[in-house]
Design a protein around this ligand. Structure first.
Ligand code: PCA
Length: 193
């Protein structure tokens, strides 16, 4: 069986829950061709990627799929690209609030996802769940994580991707999606990578 490392983020921005973590923790241990290992990540620039790299050293995953909340979006959005920029509208959960800084001084401007974002979005849509490819993961901790992982695993066999999910209904914000729908979308995503 192939190995997948999937991650969700702890809550941030005054939210009590993060749908990315609830959905990840609800997944089974085997989906499609993959045995699934789950990891909870801090919403902290740099540290989130460090945690994934430490876990990946033991697990040696074939694929890494990170999930995050994107409040305001109305669809499941696989991210096509990560850019070399850090900016915090709000501080991260350690209190750090970068102001338009590079993630890596002199680093490559951007990296493309090495998971098939179009295929993932289309597979989710086919099951009647709103999904589309996103061309910006923002400049906050999610983009930071995706950038650092793509950089680390460039030219290796480990493929890396990121999916942003909407608020879930329990957060009482709009737009939102039922957590069951988000979980189903992640299962479809895993089956299509
Ligand atoms: N979403 C944030 C960071 C953690 C999360 O779930 C983001 O989009 O950067």
């Amino acid at each position: 069986m192939k190995r997948l490392l999937i991650t969700g983020f702890e809550p941030f921005d005054n939210e009590k829950i993060n749908p990315s973590l609830i959905a990840v923790e609800s997944l089974g241990d085997q989906i499609g061709d993959y045995s699934v290992s789950k990891l909870r990540l801090p919403v902290v620039f740099g540290l989130a990627a460090e945690k994934v790299l430490a876990a990946a050293e033991d697990l040696k995953p074939d694929a890494i799929l990170c999930i995050g909340q994107a409040g305001g979006r109305d669809a499941i959005t696989p991210e096509a690209v990560a850019i070399n920029l850090r900016h915090g509208r709000i501080p991260d959960n350690s209190g750090y609030k970068p102001n338009d800084e590079p993630i890596i001084e002199g680093g490559c401007a951007a990296y493309f996802s090495t998971l098939p974002v179009r295929k993932i979005a289309e597979a989710i849509e086919r099951e009647g769940i709103a999904a589309r490819v996103s061309y910006s993961a923002g400049v906050y901790v999610c983009n930071d994580l995706l950038y650092l992982l793509l950089r680390n695993f460039e030219n290796t066999k480990t493929r890396v991707g990121f999916i942003h999910v909407p608020y879930c209904t329990a957060q009482q914000k709009e737009p939102s999606m039922d957590i069951e729908t988000i979980i189903k979308a992640l299962e479809i995503a895993i089956e299509s990578i």
